[in-house]
Design a protein around this ligand. Structure first.
Ligand code: NDG
Length: 370
């Protein structure tokens, strides 16, 4: 792929300078991401992000790019109004030489590019609680900036993305079909999810019955989807905007806790290292409620602790579904990778169930209803 990038793809984009080299970049499970480097005559070298969109998953890449353009333009305007630096605080698309946002290559692959945000890092884990508080503030702020975005203009890039009732149906289908012949070896894991099927309907039903509002949400709020400033540790830019769609704020809060409040990596094989850290839960809750708290309804606040469990349950079930289907969705780097990922999520769900009352107390501590 690096040859193809050099010989074809980089020539299609409006990059500044002469191509030096390209290298794989980041840790995404879905798209293929590269950094591409350019030499310039009178200015320092520059790099860009180049991404091959996974069109098996995002079947409407044009619609996807319309969303990203719409959302980043909206953010850019607000950041400018507030005196911020839009090239640092939101993603900036680099167009192709013929003015498009996507380049279709000679094999039918779709590519896009962003300016590289320098002097900032995507952290893979929380080594200091302040990072997590700052991530929470950034996601809360992102939510606030998009509160007046016209939601009906957004394409639904992945239908039913966090519809946990639907996710249960897909899971039960994968168990019944057992395409990869693995179901018998993971009976215990399958049972864990089936035992919690009722949880899957809680948020979906509340949205359907109008007890929870739909908002424009990010829907994939892992810690590594925020760039944090290397000098100040502030969360400066929310990235991976592929799943920005109408959703519940609970999806964003819950998914952040799932990933960032864990004491171990998402694919840790030693499960005795995996638990949900209440201190990190508190760090995130404090930051998130300080930014977004005032705009949340009582029902949203009541369900925040449960949402952490729900999103972890959903993600674990998605990993197991993919394992049963033969690993066709998430990129894997070793044979039972999806099963390892599923097991960490199960361990976290069980730990959250034990700690639910304490999580509720922490939320109550930071709710400011004056
Ligand atoms: C990917 C998934 C996200 C999931 C995460 C797990 C898509 C588009 O991997 O939903 O929670 O690490 O499926 N994104 O980012």
């Amino acid at each position: 792929m690096l040859d193809k990038i050099k010989n074809e793809i980089v020539k299609a984009f409006l990059f500044d300078g002469d191509f030096i080299y390209a290298e794989p970049f980041g840790c995404g499970h879905i798209n293929a991401t590269y950094a591409v480097y350019f030499r310039r005559e009178t200015k320092p070298p520059v790099r860009y992000i180049l991404q091959a969109v996974n069109t098996t998953i995002f079947t409407d890449p044009q619609g996807l790019m319309e969303n990203i353009q719409g959302v980043t333009s909206h953010l850019r305007k607000k950041i400018q109004e507030q005196g911020g630096d839009p090239q640092r605080e939101t993603l900036t698309l680099v167009p192709t030489r013929d003015g498009k946002l996507l380049y279709e290559d000679s094999d039918g692959g779709f590519w896009r590019s962003y300016l590289f945000i320098e002097n900032a890092t995507c952290h893979q884990s929380v080594d200091r609680p302040i990072l997590f508080t700052n991530a929470a503030k950034a996601f809360g702020h992102f939510q606030k900036l998009l509160a007046d975005y016209p939601a009906d203009t957004l394409h639904e890039t992945i239908a039913d993305f966090h519809n946990t009732v639907n996710r249960y149906e897909l899971f039960e289908k994968a168990v019944a079909e057992d395409k990869a012949g693995r179901a018998a070896s993971v009976e215990k894991e399958i049972r864990f999810f089936l035992d919690r099927k009722a949880d899957g309907a809680v948020v979906v039903d509340a949205i359907k019955e109008g007890r929870l509002p739909l908002r424009v949400t990010h829907n994939d709020t892992k810690l590594n989807n925020i760039m944090m400033d290397n000098d100040t540790d502030e969360g400066i830019c929310v990235i991976d905007l592929d799943t920005v769609m109408p959703g519940s704020v609970l999806y964003d809060f819950g998914d952040s806790i799932r990933f960032g409040a864990s004491t171990a990596d998402e694919d840790e094989q030693n499960l005795s290292l995996v638990s949900m850290d209440l201190g990190l839960f508190e760090a995130y809750t404090a930051g998130f409620l300080s930014e977004a708290g005032a705009s949340l309804t009582d029902e949203e606040i009541r369900l925040l602790p449960f949402s952490a469990k729900l999103l972890t349950l959903e993600c674990g079930m998605r990993f197991l579904t993919d394992y049963l289907n033969g690993d066709t969705y998430f990129r894997i780097h070793r044979e039972h990778h999806n099963l390892d990922r599923c097991r960490t999520q199960i361990t976290l769900v069980a730990d959250m169930e034990r700690k639910m009352e304490e999580m509720k107390k922490i939320v109550a501590k930071y709710v400011n209803r004056t």
